[in-house]
Design a protein. Sequence first.
Length: 294
Amino acid sequence: MKVAVARYPIGRPQRFDDFAETQRRWLREAAAAGADIAVLPEYLSLELAALSGAEVGRRLDASLAAIQALRADWIALFAALARETGLLVQPGTFLLDAGGGRYRNRADVFAPEGGHDWQDKLQLTGFEKAAGTIDGGDALRVFEYRGLRFGVAVCYDIEFPLPVRAQAEAGARLILVPSCTDTEAGATRVRVGCLARALENRCFVAQAVTAGEAPWSAALDVNTGEAALYAPMDVDLPADGVVASSAGRDGWTIARLDFAELEASRARAQVANDRDWPGQRLPALRAARVSRLG
Protein backbone atom coordinates (compact mmCIF):
# COMPACT_ATOMS: atom_id res chain seq x y z
CA MET A 1 0.00 0.00 0.00
CA LYS A 2 1.36 3.41 -0.95
CA VAL A 3 1.02 6.22 1.60
CA ALA A 4 1.50 9.92 0.80
CA VAL A 5 2.30 12.51 3.49
CA ALA A 6 2.30 16.24 2.78
CA ARG A 7 4.80 18.95 3.57
CA TYR A 8 2.19 21.58 2.95
CA PRO A 9 3.05 25.30 2.58
CA ILE A 10 0.33 27.35 4.21
CA GLY A 11 -1.62 29.50 1.74
CA ARG A 12 -4.04 32.40 2.03
CA PRO A 13 -7.13 31.57 -0.02
CA GLN A 14 -9.53 34.38 -0.86
CA ARG A 15 -12.52 32.15 -1.58
CA PHE A 16 -13.54 28.64 -0.54
CA ASP A 17 -13.27 27.66 -4.21
CA ASP A 18 -9.57 28.66 -4.11
CA PHE A 19 -9.01 26.38 -1.11
CA ALA A 20 -10.96 23.58 -2.78
CA GLU A 21 -8.95 23.85 -5.99
CA THR A 22 -5.68 23.61 -4.04
CA GLN A 23 -6.85 20.46 -2.25
CA ARG A 24 -8.07 18.98 -5.53
CA ARG A 25 -4.69 19.61 -7.16
CA TRP A 26 -2.78 18.10 -4.25
CA LEU A 27 -4.91 14.98 -3.97
CA ARG A 28 -5.02 14.38 -7.71
CA GLU A 29 -1.23 14.54 -7.69
CA ALA A 30 -1.03 11.95 -4.89
CA ALA A 31 -3.44 9.67 -6.73
CA ALA A 32 -1.49 10.05 -9.99
CA ALA A 33 1.64 8.94 -8.13
CA GLY A 34 -0.15 5.74 -7.12
CA ALA A 35 -0.93 6.56 -3.51
CA ASP A 36 -3.69 4.70 -1.67
CA ILE A 37 -3.74 6.91 1.45
CA ALA A 38 -3.05 10.66 1.65
CA VAL A 39 -2.37 12.62 4.86
CA LEU A 40 -2.57 16.42 5.12
CA PRO A 41 -1.40 18.46 8.15
CA GLU A 42 -2.98 19.53 11.41
CA TYR A 43 -4.79 22.91 11.47
CA LEU A 44 -5.32 22.87 7.69
CA SER A 45 -8.84 24.22 8.27
CA LEU A 46 -7.44 27.45 9.70
CA GLU A 47 -6.40 28.45 6.18
CA LEU A 48 -10.11 29.12 5.78
CA ALA A 49 -9.96 31.93 8.35
CA ALA A 50 -8.27 33.97 5.62
CA LEU A 51 -11.64 34.20 3.88
CA SER A 52 -12.91 36.41 6.70
CA GLY A 53 -10.21 39.06 6.52
CA ALA A 54 -7.00 40.06 8.25
CA GLU A 55 -8.53 41.00 11.59
CA VAL A 56 -10.12 37.58 11.98
CA GLY A 57 -6.93 35.76 11.01
CA ARG A 58 -4.92 37.56 13.68
CA ARG A 59 -7.21 36.29 16.46
CA LEU A 60 -7.53 32.59 17.20
CA ASP A 61 -10.96 32.93 18.81
CA ALA A 62 -12.30 34.82 15.80
CA SER A 63 -10.70 32.32 13.40
CA LEU A 64 -12.31 29.36 15.14
CA ALA A 65 -15.72 31.01 15.07
CA ALA A 66 -15.39 32.05 11.43
CA ILE A 67 -14.63 28.63 9.97
CA GLN A 68 -17.67 26.90 11.52
CA ALA A 69 -19.94 28.04 8.69
CA LEU A 70 -17.67 26.08 6.31
CA ARG A 71 -17.80 22.73 8.11
CA ALA A 72 -20.41 21.26 5.75
CA ASP A 73 -18.40 22.48 2.74
CA TRP A 74 -15.25 20.90 4.23
CA ILE A 75 -16.97 17.53 4.61
CA ALA A 76 -18.51 17.69 1.13
CA LEU A 77 -15.18 18.66 -0.44
CA PHE A 78 -13.07 15.90 1.03
CA ALA A 79 -15.76 13.24 0.68
CA ALA A 80 -16.00 14.12 -3.02
CA LEU A 81 -12.22 14.16 -3.46
CA ALA A 82 -11.88 10.75 -1.80
CA ARG A 83 -14.46 9.36 -4.23
CA GLU A 84 -12.92 11.10 -7.23
CA THR A 85 -9.31 10.10 -6.56
CA GLY A 86 -9.88 6.68 -5.01
CA LEU A 87 -7.79 7.77 -2.02
CA LEU A 88 -8.41 7.29 1.65
CA VAL A 89 -8.04 10.95 2.68
CA GLN A 90 -7.01 12.24 6.09
CA PRO A 91 -7.33 16.02 5.52
CA GLY A 92 -5.49 17.26 8.59
CA THR A 93 -7.74 18.74 11.26
CA PHE A 94 -10.80 20.95 11.57
CA LEU A 95 -11.30 22.92 14.80
CA LEU A 96 -14.94 22.00 15.35
CA ASP A 97 -17.49 23.76 17.57
CA ALA A 98 -18.49 21.18 20.18
CA GLY A 99 -21.08 23.44 21.82
CA GLY A 100 -20.95 25.90 24.66
CA GLY A 101 -18.17 27.87 23.03
CA ARG A 102 -15.81 24.88 23.17
CA TYR A 103 -13.89 23.35 20.24
CA ARG A 104 -12.39 19.95 19.39
CA ASN A 105 -9.39 19.50 17.12
CA ARG A 106 -10.93 16.89 14.83
CA ALA A 107 -9.08 14.68 12.34
CA ASP A 108 -11.59 13.41 9.78
CA VAL A 109 -11.07 10.31 7.67
CA PHE A 110 -12.81 9.89 4.30
CA ALA A 111 -12.89 6.62 2.35
CA PRO A 112 -13.47 6.54 -1.41
CA GLU A 113 -16.44 4.22 -0.91
CA GLY A 114 -18.15 6.95 1.13
CA GLY A 115 -17.19 6.08 4.72
CA HIS A 116 -16.48 8.99 7.07
CA ASP A 117 -15.24 8.94 10.67
CA TRP A 118 -12.87 10.93 12.88
CA GLN A 119 -10.40 10.99 15.75
CA ASP A 120 -10.27 14.02 18.04
CA LYS A 121 -6.92 15.21 19.39
CA LEU A 122 -6.60 13.91 22.95
CA GLN A 123 -3.77 15.91 24.53
CA LEU A 124 -3.58 19.70 24.31
CA THR A 125 -0.39 21.67 23.79
CA GLY A 126 0.39 24.78 25.81
CA PHE A 127 -0.86 26.91 22.91
CA GLU A 128 -4.18 25.08 22.83
CA LYS A 129 -4.61 25.24 26.60
CA ALA A 130 -3.86 28.97 26.56
CA ALA A 131 -6.66 29.49 24.03
CA GLY A 132 -9.08 28.62 26.82
CA THR A 133 -11.71 27.26 24.43
CA ILE A 134 -10.24 23.98 23.09
CA ASP A 135 -10.94 20.63 24.74
CA GLY A 136 -9.18 17.31 24.32
CA GLY A 137 -11.06 14.35 22.88
CA ASP A 138 -12.60 11.63 25.03
CA ALA A 139 -12.53 8.60 22.73
CA LEU A 140 -9.85 6.55 20.97
CA ARG A 141 -10.57 4.93 17.62
CA VAL A 142 -9.04 2.41 15.23
CA PHE A 143 -10.31 2.33 11.66
CA GLU A 144 -10.48 -0.65 9.30
CA TYR A 145 -9.98 -0.09 5.59
CA ARG A 146 -9.44 -2.76 2.94
CA GLY A 147 -8.12 -5.21 5.52
CA LEU A 148 -5.80 -2.68 7.16
CA ARG A 149 -6.36 -1.34 10.65
CA PHE A 150 -4.95 2.11 11.35
CA GLY A 151 -5.20 4.88 13.90
CA VAL A 152 -4.75 8.64 13.97
CA ALA A 153 -2.60 10.45 16.55
CA VAL A 154 -2.84 14.21 16.10
CA CYS A 155 0.56 15.89 16.53
CA TYR A 156 1.18 16.05 20.32
CA ASP A 157 -0.73 12.76 20.77
CA ILE A 158 2.10 10.82 19.11
CA GLU A 159 4.34 11.80 22.05
CA PHE A 160 2.23 9.66 24.43
CA PRO A 161 2.83 5.89 24.32
CA LEU A 162 -0.27 4.45 25.97
CA PRO A 163 -3.06 5.58 23.59
CA VAL A 164 -1.01 4.56 20.56
CA ARG A 165 -0.27 1.25 22.28
CA ALA A 166 -4.02 0.76 22.74
CA GLN A 167 -4.51 1.39 19.02
CA ALA A 168 -1.78 -1.15 18.22
CA GLU A 169 -3.35 -3.71 20.54
CA ALA A 170 -6.63 -3.17 18.66
CA GLY A 171 -4.80 -4.16 15.48
CA ALA A 172 -3.49 -0.87 14.10
CA ARG A 173 -0.38 -1.34 11.98
CA LEU A 174 -0.29 2.24 10.68
CA ILE A 175 -0.61 5.48 12.64
CA LEU A 176 -1.41 8.67 10.73
CA VAL A 177 0.01 11.84 12.30
CA PRO A 178 -1.25 15.18 10.99
CA SER A 179 1.02 17.74 12.68
CA CYS A 180 1.85 21.43 12.93
CA THR A 181 4.92 22.74 14.78
CA ASP A 182 6.47 26.20 14.88
CA THR A 183 9.91 25.50 16.40
CA GLU A 184 12.75 23.10 15.73
CA ALA A 185 12.28 21.70 19.24
CA GLY A 186 8.61 21.03 18.54
CA ALA A 187 9.41 19.34 15.24
CA THR A 188 12.00 17.17 16.98
CA ARG A 189 9.56 16.14 19.69
CA VAL A 190 6.99 14.96 17.15
CA ARG A 191 9.63 13.19 15.05
CA VAL A 192 11.04 11.38 18.09
CA GLY A 193 7.50 10.45 19.13
CA CYS A 194 6.87 8.96 15.69
CA LEU A 195 10.08 6.93 15.84
CA ALA A 196 9.37 5.72 19.38
CA ARG A 197 5.82 4.61 18.60
CA ALA A 198 7.01 2.76 15.47
CA LEU A 199 9.67 0.98 17.55
CA GLU A 200 7.40 0.09 20.47
CA ASN A 201 4.52 -1.23 18.42
CA ARG A 202 6.18 -2.63 15.29
CA CYS A 203 4.04 -0.42 13.11
CA PHE A 204 4.43 2.21 10.40
CA VAL A 205 3.88 5.88 11.23
CA ALA A 206 2.99 8.50 8.60
CA GLN A 207 3.52 12.18 9.52
CA ALA A 208 2.30 15.22 7.54
CA VAL A 209 3.47 18.75 8.40
CA THR A 210 2.73 22.41 7.72
CA ALA A 211 5.48 24.50 6.13
CA GLY A 212 6.37 28.13 5.50
CA GLU A 213 5.15 31.32 7.14
CA ALA A 214 1.67 32.80 7.40
CA PRO A 215 2.01 36.04 9.39
CA TRP A 216 -1.70 36.76 8.85
CA SER A 217 -2.67 33.77 11.04
CA ALA A 218 -2.58 33.51 14.83
CA ALA A 219 -2.11 29.74 14.66
CA LEU A 220 -0.21 29.15 11.40
CA ASP A 221 2.29 31.99 11.61
CA VAL A 222 5.53 29.92 11.52
CA ASN A 223 5.83 26.27 10.48
CA THR A 224 8.69 23.81 10.51
CA GLY A 225 9.37 20.07 10.28
CA GLU A 226 9.58 17.31 7.70
CA ALA A 227 6.90 15.00 6.39
CA ALA A 228 8.06 11.43 6.79
CA LEU A 229 7.15 7.76 6.86
CA TYR A 230 8.65 5.75 9.73
CA ALA A 231 9.18 2.06 10.48
CA PRO A 232 10.60 -0.03 13.32
CA MET A 233 14.41 -0.23 13.29
CA ASP A 234 15.01 -3.91 12.70
CA VAL A 235 16.13 -6.57 10.22
CA ASP A 236 15.21 -5.68 6.62
CA LEU A 237 13.72 -2.38 7.77
CA PRO A 238 15.45 1.04 7.73
CA ALA A 239 18.24 1.19 10.32
CA ASP A 240 17.33 4.78 11.19
CA GLY A 241 13.59 4.12 11.11
CA VAL A 242 12.99 6.52 8.20
CA VAL A 243 11.34 4.98 5.15
CA ALA A 244 11.12 8.33 3.33
CA SER A 245 11.36 12.03 4.21
CA SER A 246 10.55 15.32 2.54
CA ALA A 247 14.11 16.48 3.33
CA GLY A 248 13.29 20.16 2.94
CA ARG A 249 11.00 19.78 -0.08
CA ASP A 250 7.40 20.94 -0.08
CA GLY A 251 4.92 18.54 -1.65
CA TRP A 252 4.17 14.87 -1.20
CA THR A 253 6.51 12.25 0.20
CA ILE A 254 5.27 8.85 -0.97
CA ALA A 255 6.44 5.33 -0.20
CA ARG A 256 5.09 1.80 -0.45
CA LEU A 257 4.55 0.22 2.96
CA ASP A 258 4.57 -3.58 2.97
CA PHE A 259 2.34 -4.68 5.85
CA ALA A 260 2.82 -8.39 5.11
CA GLU A 261 6.58 -7.92 5.38
CA LEU A 262 6.08 -5.96 8.58
CA GLU A 263 4.21 -8.89 10.11
CA ALA A 264 6.80 -11.36 8.85
CA SER A 265 9.60 -9.30 10.41
CA ARG A 266 8.48 -10.41 13.87
CA ALA A 267 9.87 -13.89 13.24
CA ARG A 268 13.42 -12.63 12.63
CA ALA A 269 13.40 -9.59 14.89
CA GLN A 270 16.58 -8.56 16.68
CA VAL A 271 14.36 -7.13 19.39
CA ALA A 272 10.62 -7.44 19.90
CA ASN A 273 9.46 -4.38 21.81
CA ASP A 274 5.90 -5.05 20.70
CA ARG A 275 5.88 -8.59 22.08
CA ASP A 276 7.93 -7.71 25.18
CA TRP A 277 5.70 -4.78 26.15
CA PRO A 278 3.83 -6.76 28.88
CA GLY A 279 7.14 -7.25 30.73
CA GLN A 280 6.86 -3.64 31.91
CA ARG A 281 3.71 -4.55 33.83
CA LEU A 282 5.31 -7.00 36.25
CA PRO A 283 4.16 -6.10 39.77
CA ALA A 284 7.73 -5.45 40.91
CA LEU A 285 8.20 -2.91 38.11
CA ARG A 286 5.05 -0.87 38.55
CA ALA A 287 6.57 1.37 41.21
CA ALA A 288 10.20 2.27 41.78
CA ARG A 289 11.71 1.87 45.25
CA VAL A 290 13.91 4.67 46.55
CA SER A 291 17.32 3.39 47.60
CA ARG A 292 19.27 5.81 49.80
CA LEU A 293 23.00 5.73 49.17
CA GLY A 294 24.12 8.27 51.72
